[in-house]
Design a protein around this ligand. Sequence first.
Ligand code: ZN
Length: 175
Amino acid sequence: MGYGLGHSPREGVFLNGRSNWSVSSHRRGLEGENAIVFKQLWRCKALPSALVTAWRVLENKLATRVNLEKRGIAVESPLCSLCRVEVESNNHLFRLCNVSTSANEMWGVIQTAVVSELWKHRNNVIFNGGVVDGLEVVALVQVKAWSWITSKPLSGLFSFSEWCLELLICMMMVS
Ligand SMILES: [Zn+2]
């Protein structure tokens, strides 16, 4: 049995009247071209409510202002709740909005560091007899992402320990 989730408008989760929704039931039902992405998503060790939100972003089913209007629900304004400049679509809110840009840039740096460190770790295992150590990869990703971000002009304003302990504050400093 999966995690039972209730209706939670605060988190943008709309269950279309179903009270017995579960992560596992949706996991079983997902097929098609996004199957690999969904598979990775469900393996992620995030809270079920965060997984549902991420799934709804992928499916364009969050209650953005554009989607609410499509459902015939009156909204105060179609403009983005964060920047109040562009129409609040799924694409705008999570990819194009200038408020989300810094978070997306940070995510890009971290993803690139993950790929880089995994490849180095893999080669070390193959060519140098290195031992497979997932925690070491995570630690090196953290160091690499920090070093890349703080190498930018005017962004060397926080230490590595601040980067580890106060990620959000560091992100605001480089945005
Ligand atoms: Zn916006």
